[in-house]
Design a protein around this ligand. Structure first.
Ligand code: RTP
Ligand code: MG
Length: 140
């Protein structure tokens, strides 16, 4: 399988509970390498752009409000099949349905406040990485 890069966000519910290191431990234990990372406060504009695909969904306003409510940690993860692997490591969107040992099973509070984001395909990974990182910030 090819070496890929995926985009990750440690969301406000996790940073607020001081779980950045705990989430990173799960990521690294799964064999994914954190090749870029920064803590930011997302602006409303950044959150709306990032989740534009969900604009028509009933939870969009709530989602943007949540993502801007506290700092987040944006990351680039690298590894074999990193995109699918990280989705596995994260677990299902709804923590009640997430498998044992996944980040969301371990730490998520609810379907909305679910601790992490991960890209769902190579195309979205490239777009999402480019929204938050320039090439020289990523050190593989
Ligand atoms: P993400 O994009 O954050 O990695 O999560 P995902 O693919 O597992 O889920 P997606 O369907 O793309 O939804 C994006 C985020 O929107 C929030 N959400 N809230 N209240 C709700 O019913 C609801 N559904 C989704 C979650 O924060 C979800 O991760
Ligand atoms: Mg998604």
């Amino acid at each position: 399988m090819a070496i890929e890069r995926t985009f990750s966000i440690i969301k406000p519910d996790a940073t607020e509970r001081n779980l950045t290191g705990a989430v990173n431990a799960v990521i690294e234990k799964a064999g994914l390498r954190i090749v870029a990372q920064k803590r930011i406060r997302m602006t409303k504009e950044q959150a709306e752009t990032f989740y534009a695909v969900h604009k028509a969904r009933p939870f969009f306003g709530e989602l943007v409000e949540f993502m801007t409510s506290a700092p987040v940690v944006v990351q680039v993860l690298e590894g074999e099949g990193a995109i699918a692997k990280y989705r596995e490591v994260m677990g299902a969107t709804d923590p009640a349905k997430a498998a044992e040992g996944t980040v969301r099973k371990l730490y998520a509070k609810s379907i909305g406040e679910n601790s992490v984001h991960g890209s769902d395909a190579p195309e979205t990974a490239a777009i999402e990485i480019a929204q938050f990182f320039s090439g020289n910030e990523i050190v593989g």
